[in-house]
Design a protein around this ligand. Sequence first.
Ligand code: R5P
Length: 274
Amino acid sequence: MDWGLKNRLARIIKPHDKRGVMLAVDHGYFLGPTERLEEPRKTISPLLSYADSLMLTRGVLRTSVDATYPVPVVLRVSGGASIIGKDLSNEKITTSVKDAIKLNVSALAMSIFVGAPHEHESLVNLGNLVNEGEEYGIPVLAVTAVGKELEKRDARYLGLACRIAAEFGAHLVKTYYCESFEKVVRACPVPVIIAGGPKLATELDALKLTFDAIQSGAAGVDMGRNIWQSDYPVAMIKAVKAIVHQNMTVKEAHEMFNTLKDARKQVIRSNQKS
Ligand code: R5P
């Protein structure tokens, strides 16, 4: 692997434990002003120092993250469809590698839509993006997107999509956690990280999801809504990070979350008094 590519990848998946915590805030590219991400800077700023890397579009990067802050950036470069449009799989590469280089990114990210109407285009896009990224030593994260069909999230489908992404040269794959997730990881020769998906009922559920994924071989998370849609997002990212990097159990991480939550509540209460 080229030195630059290896160096960039090491900013995302930390070499000491081969794991990483990526904070996903790219949702607006097809969902618009997602709940609690309406003002990106306000959502992102308190969480930045706890994330190993940040996944977002160039628009939010330029407007909502200070250029002087040294967080590794995973730039979403695919898009072209919206949640109210006909077909979420109809994406193209929307940001040039030249622009990504100007933004000093650590990786490029795009979605593939295996089994969807635009499967072919999305896979060819991936192959072409890997070709171009590798010319400049920039790794590519492939996102195995399911569009509106969340029920697709099983080991058979996700295993197929992750393996195809790796075969096309993706250096890192993001997918969803599912039952028998170890089969998905085993059949994918590059690191696999998990998205959190829509917000789960409780923080405990999201911590359990993180723990189970790590136990099944995931190299970390690329998590959004289950962090910043929590009432206590900082406590949540710290607890997720403790599972990923410190091998905390769900119980330990949940206790940590509750302690941080209580401390935060106290700060809010004393601010209200003064
Ligand atoms: C979806 O395609 C976006 O790329 C998100 O980055 C991804 O779903 C991860 O965010 P969340 O944990 O909220 O699902």
